[in-house]
Design a protein around this ligand. Structure first.
Ligand code: G3I
Length: 408
């Protein structure tokens, strides 16, 4: 290495260390990009279950980084969101009834769909909350080092605000839907820490005051109730969870911050571990405000709702809110009327369970029309999991929820 390039690299690294110790607000004094990102290594066969031997050498905390990737400054003034016209609301809808009860009723949404007239009409009529199904995941908003793409997320936020709908940002930290440049790059732990900090600061900061709720960390626990040894854990240790919440809170002190998981609805090893995690975070003064319970159910999948209630209650006793975040009830293809009624009963019982506890403040389904659902794409032979059929006709599950919301 020439003395000139050695000097340049040293200078950048010194700057990087300084910025780690005293993080600057919203990308202020960072120099423009000065080095090249690392070449991505070949992805391992199973990305989320990387054996220790497959870890990049950079995962060794004792290794001194030889260069640093500095993320370029983000534009000071974000692109303004175009305006939408609000629409009139009818009284006999899930949304109107949820508004009367003071509960959030939501659906997960992908951005392109808000341009479909029927989809947009039902969405704005029936829901007062939207969760971004994919548009705010790391790989979508941050597709290259230092380059953010907010088009999909902006479309949803814009639609929501034009229709007076709140937004639940999903999700800042997850081991899935990560960009390859990050997941397979030869990063040091210090660099990963800096990348995550900048990512959270940039994404939450952009939507400060516009996205009221965030799933900060998604699916962090194993079935045994331990923190998963995922990419973030391997790079940063379990503290990545604390850091993510701290950084999200710094970027928007008014946002409600959730940890979200599946198969931890009732009391079991996983929900015990999650309970201990949030209890400990609260004891240490960390800004965690709620726990998201996903509720992805199959037809006939029994839920012990007493156990769910006890789990919700112990979390509420810690001062946390509970959101039902991703409910769907997958049926076999070509469901019978009995299947649809059983599905309706399941939706209804879960809503009743939520309504019985004041701290259960949101009831969200993972999509709302069977025309667009992750289930048929992922589970062969299953579908029809949502409240409206593929032609936007309400199903028995819809009427069961409406009736439940109307019941005093
Ligand atoms: O964006 C690409 C597109 O460019 C490409 O042409 C297409 C071809 O398959 O794939 C598109 O990406 C897909 C992406 O959804 C956006 O549609 C991915 O393949 C697909 O895997 C991805 O699935 C999402 C899944 O999370 C990823 O794990 C589902 O839509 C989404 O519903 C699902 O949501 C998760 C929650 O985030 C967390 N909890 C579980 C839930 C269900 O799995």
């Amino acid at each position: 290495m020439s003395s000139h390039s050695f000097f340049s690299v040293s200078l950048v690294f010194a700057f990087f260390l300084a910025s780690c110790q005293a993080p600057a607000p919203a990308a202020t004094a960072l120099p423009a990009e000065t080095t090249q990102p690392p070449a991505a290594t070949a992805p391992p066969a199973t990305a989320t279950e990387m054996p220790a031997s497959a870890l990049p050498a950079s995962a060794d905390p004792s290794r001194t980084p030889t260069w640093v990737w500095v993320e370029p400054t983000q534009p000071a003034t974000p692109t303004p969101l175009p305006a939408f016209q609000p629409r009139a609301q009818s009284a006999n809808t899930l949304r109107a009834q949820a508004d009367i009860r003071g509960i959030l009723i939501g659906a997960a949404v992908n951005n392109g769909l808000v341009h479909e007239a029927d989809y947009a009409e039902v969405l704005a009529r029936e829901f007062n909350l939207i969760t971004t199904e994919n548009a705010m995941k790391f790989g979508i908003v941050h597709p290259e080092p230092g380059r953010y793409d907010f088009q999909a997320a902006d479309e949803i936020v814009n639609f929501a605000h034009g229709h007076d709908i709140q937004v639940r940002g999903h999700t800042l930290v997850w081991q899935k839907q990560m960009p390859e440049w990050l997941q397979y790059g030869d990063w040091t732990p210090e660099q990963v820490r800096e990348i995550l900090h900048r990512h959270i600061e940039t994404v939450v900061g952009r939507y400060r005051g516009k996205v009221e709720i965030w799933d900060v960390v998604n699916e962090a626990m194993t079935g045994n109730g331990d923190v998963q040894r995922n990419f973030w854990y391997k790079q940063l240790g379990p503290e990545y969870i604390d850091l993510a919440f701290q950084w999200a809170h710094e970027a928007d002190p008014d946002a409600l911050l959730f940890i979200n998981d599946y198969a931890a609805e009732g009391i079991n090893k996983k929900s015990d571990g999650l309970y201990e995690l949030v209890e400990d975070m609260l004891a240490r003064g960390l800004p965690v405000h709620g726990v998201g319970m996903q509720f992805h159910l199959d037809s006939g999948g029994a839920q012990n709702l007493d156990s769910v209630t006890r789990n919700m209650q112990r979390l509420a006793d810690l001062g946390l809110q509970i959101h039902i975040t991703e409910l769907d009830v997958a049926l076999n293809d070509d469901p019978t009327p009995e299947d649809l009624q059983e599905q309706a009963d399941t939706y209804q019982k879960i809503l009743q369970t939520c309504l019985a506890l004041p701290q259960c403040t949101a009831f969200i389904t993972w999509g709302f029309t069977d025309k667009y659902s992750w289930i048929p794409e992922t589970k062969d032979g299953y579908g029809s999991a949502l409240l409206f059929d593929a032609t936007y006709q309400p199903k028995p599950a819809y009427f069961a929820l409406l009736e439940t919301l109307q019941t005093k």
